[in-house]
Design a protein around this ligand. Structure first.
Ligand code: FMN
Length: 191
């Protein structure tokens, strides 16, 4: 099953206030990121069912400094988190850990609390990825996010599961992403 590629802008264009909203946060800033391919696949699978917004500001957030008067980028990030019914984090693993830019973004929410009780789905897509996956789960639990085990997925060997056009091509992986999204959406709706 090969899914059509949906760009961030196409997804943003179908924003509809009557639906639940999911804010997707990609942990990779890389051009042709495989995690973006996973997010794109997830967006395609739930198209029509939810407002799927992809956060594109990770690389523009300042380094966390504990400021009580943070930059507009931080305020905007917090606002997007607050407004979303659920947050979908999809990240690689770098040097056995969580990518610094993603960890930085999460650090900006520790004192402001946007993740408290927020439904979160987590996919880690990397070569191995188990360490970043475990670390992200730990950080999300410290942030008091609502993370169901069934809404988490580790996708190892991700590069072998996407094609040159940035589409997930592995059927098992597509089905696993669909299962995660179905569970995540059901949980948000039942709350
Ligand atoms: C600098 C660097 C370090 C990496 N370290 C790890 C690692 O520790 N564990 C792992 O599973 N994959 C590691 N990888 C492989 C990435 O997870 C893989 O390239 C993945 O596709 C990156 O995600 P992206 O395509 O969304 O950018 C590393 C890649 C790079 C470039």
């Amino acid at each position: 099953m090969l899914l059509p590629n949906v760009s961030c802008h196409q997804i943003l264009a179908v924003k509809n206030r009557d639906k639940i909203s999911i804010l997707a946060i990609p942990g990779s800033l890389r051009v042709n990121s495989s995690n973006n391919a996973v997010i794109s696949t997830a967006a395609t699978l739930v198209a029509g069912e939810v407002d799927f917004i992809i956060y594109e500001g990770l690389g523009s957030l300042p380094h966390f400094d504990g400021s009580d008067d943070p930059a507009p980028e931080v305020i905007e990030f917090r606002k997007l988190l607050k407004e979303a019914d659920g947050v979908f984090i999809c990240s690689p693993e770098y040097a056995f850990g969580v990518p610094g830019s993603l960890k930085n973004a999460l650090d900006w929410t520790v004192s402001s609390g946007e993740f408290v009780n927020k439904p979160v789905a987590l996919i880690t897509a990397a070569t191995g990825g188990d360490k970043a996956h475990a670390s992200l789960k730990l950080t999300l639990s410290v942030l008091s996010a609502r993370v169901l085990e069934e809404s988490t997925l580790l996708i190892p060997y991700i590069r072998a599961k996407i094609n040159d056009s940035g589409e997930v091509t592995d059927n098992e992986t597509i089905q696993a992403i669909k299962n995660i999204m179905d569970t995540f959406i059901r949980d948000i709706k039942e709350r």
